[in-house]
Design a protein around this ligand. Structure first.
Ligand code: LMR
Length: 336
């Protein structure tokens, strides 16, 4: 498939029309409604656990009416393909990283701005604001109805050398998700950004096609990236989270006695995911340290100042596209 990359411009025009026509409406007489939920992370990660909990709770409470089929670890499709599949009604639920919505709307770039959100609490404050809540419906006319935000966690940099100063990674090839903000972030470090699908990262690190990457502890651990990175800098420089999204036509076509309890289950599971994500990431961090395979670099206060300073122009570069209303609801407030 891959139309998002290849025909991004065209898809912006075509998808809104096509999803309205093609998204299948659920029918009550054909057995349980099947909700296919593909995602790319391992079952033990925040998203993996959330998807599995959703499946279980739906089986318990609505088992005769709805079945959620979860496909973890990219076994059904990549994130790129799942964006297309949701818009076309081939799958009914996804939770791709917010960074990967960059190509559909500039407003989601806010989540990628480096060092804007200090921790998950500051992300939550933004997500609960009017501007944050409005983003969930930003993509409805493109085939994505946001139901909730799910955290993964804060990202760390990993590489073949200790990254203490922002330009210690000068010239290194850094894998990033498909986001122009992340590209600008690596360029600010004098690095060489490489947009690449999640499922390709381990092998690319192993073969030397890329040198470095950024991800959360839970992804670094479960994908074994730490095994092929001599150093991980505990930089907490950016946020990685998801929008749990459904196809709007599919959702609107659900009988109310299915849609409403599903909304309740999603709210309960989302609260659980967001309450547990920090713990899961800390546990993954401990497991990585226990292997002794990779050295963890802690940044001192001075080094952190240097990182923040070098990244700050990235905010200015993207603030106008993100929009003043959205920016002003972030920790940057109106001072950006
Ligand atoms: C990545 O591509 O690094 C992440 O989006 C993976 C994920 O879903 O956490």
């Amino acid at each position: 498939m891959n139309f998002l990359r290849a025909t991004q411009q065209l898809s912006m025009l075509v998808v809104p029309l096509v999803f309205l026509l093609s998204a299948c409406s659920p029918s009550a007489d054909k057995g349980p409604i099947v909700i296919k939920f593909p995602h790319v992370t391992a079952p033990g990660t925040p998203k993996g656990q959330g998807a599995e909990r959703l499946r279980q709770m739906v089986a318990e409470r609505l088992g005769d009416k709805v079945v959620i089929e979860v496909y973890p670890s990219g076994q059904l499709m990549s994130d790129d393909d799942s964006l297309e599949a949701l818009a076309f009604g081939e799958v009914q639920m996804i939770a791709v990283s917010l960074s990967k919505l960059d190509r559909l709307t500039r407003r989601f770039q806010v989540f990628d701005l480096p060092f804007l959100f200090e921790d998950l609490a500051s992300v939550e404050t933004f997500q609960a604001s009017d501007a944050g809540k409005n983003l969930l419906s930003e993509l409805i006319d493109k085939g994505f109805q946001g139901m909730a935000y799910w955290h993964n966690g804060m990202k760390q940099f990993g590489g073949p050398v200790p990254l203490r100063q922002p330009n210690d990674g000068k010239g290194l090839k850094f894998r990033i998700m498909e986001s122009d903000v992340l590209e600008a972030q690596i360029l600010a470090m004098d690095g060489n950004p490489q947009k690449m699908a999640f499922g390709e990262v381990y092998q690319a690190l192993q073969t030397g096609a890329i040198d470095a990457q950024e991800n959360t502890w839970s992804n670094l651990y479960s994908q074994k990236f730490f095994e092929v990175q001599d150093f991980i800098t505990e930089s907490n420089h950016g946020y990685l989270g998801y929008m749990l999204a459904v196809n709007p036509t599919f959702w609107a076509g659900l009988p109310a006695d299915v849609r409403e309890p599903l909304e309740q289950i999603i709210a309960e599971v989302s609260a659980m995911v967001n309450a547990n994500s920090e713990l899961l990431n800390q546990q993954a961090r401990e497991k990585i340290i226990a292997t002794g395979v990779t050295e963890i670099i802690q940044l001192n206060a001075q080094e952190l100042v240097a990182w923040r300073q070098i990244m700050r122009p990235v905010w200015e570069e993207f603030a106008a596209d993100i929009g003043a209303d959205t920016m002003s609801a972030t920790p940057a407030g109106s001072n950006h």
